[in-house]
Design a protein around this ligand. Structure first.
Ligand code: GLP
Length: 249
């Protein structure tokens, strides 16, 4: 596991986007696993800048988003498809036929999860999986207690997650969908490389538990200790409790 600690938001954005760019440069038809949340916004901004500057080409890239809420209109501003359009898809040359994200309002959520699992099997594994981390240690929407063997499925969100994500739904946790479709932990672990992102003091404790604590299904992100190519990019606040040696680049 490699840990980079950025000294500024600009440096964090550059570093994270650069890691994505290197994967695409090495393999122009790379399969990228993408994450939503506040954390990766600056990375996407820098990727859009790189694209506009002619420094990166997404035309052959295929993307799989990690998760999507269930039971909201895909056009809802807080849906993950809306997020991806706003921060990346509408601004770069990714082929819409190669962008994959579970449907937010499928007629049959179980069938949608099964279809997404099959798509991942067909085109995966991801060359790079970008991951954020929930304050309770979730990755994707794999909440504490999820089996490390889990595959793409319909899941219930924990109250703490609905509370954490409430700002995007007008502040009321009751407005946050109760269910989602998420890529499973076993599928996340098949990615060739994993880029774990964390910023802010609110992530310091969970980063410590996930990266340096016991590997346990109670802390889903702790499974990453078993992967042999994880790159972690934090700011000082999120890295403040970590004892792992820091790398420079
Ligand atoms: C969300 C997403 C995760 C994300 C996490 C952290 O619920 N499902 O994929 O990594 O929460 O979000 P944030 O970056 O806003 O802290």
């Amino acid at each position: 596991m490699k840990l980079y600690v950025a000294r500024s938001a600009e440096e964090w954005n550059r570093l994270t986007a650069q890691i994505v760019r290197e994967v695409i440069e090495a393999k122009p038809d790379a399969v990228l696993g993408l994450a939503t949340g506040n954390t990766p916004i600056g990375m996407y901004k820098e990727l859009v800048r790189m694209y506009k500057a002619g420094e990166i080409d997404f035309s052959r890239v295929r993307t799989f988003n990690l998760d999507e809420y269930l039971g909201i209109d895909p056009g809802h501003p807080a849906s993950f498809i809306s997020f991806m359009k706003q921060h990346l898809f509408d601004h770069v040359n990714i082929d819409p036929d190669r962008m994959h994200i579970p449907k937010a309002n499928p007629d049959d959520p179980e069938a949608e999860a099964a279809a997404y699992r099959e798509l991942l099997r067909t085109y995966g594994p991801c060359d790079l999986q970008v991951l954020g981390i929930g304050t309770n240690g979730h990755i994707g929407f794999n909440e504490p207690g999820t089996s490390f063997d889990s595959v793409t499925s319909v899941v219930e969100l924990h109250e703490s997650t609905r509370k954490a994500n409430a700002p995007a739904f007008g502040g009321d946790p009751a407005n946050v969908p109760a269910r989602a479709i998420t890529v499973g932990i076993s599928e996340i672990m098949t990615a060739k490389k994993i880029l774990l992102l964390a910023t802010g003091a609110g992530k310091a404790d969970i980063m410590k538990a996930a990266l340096e604590g016991e590997v346990t299904e109670q802390v889903p992100a702790s499974v990453l200790q078993r992967h042999d190519d994880v790159v972690v990019v934090c700011d000082e606040a999120a890295a403040s409790r970590l004892e792992l040696p820091r790398s420079e680049r």
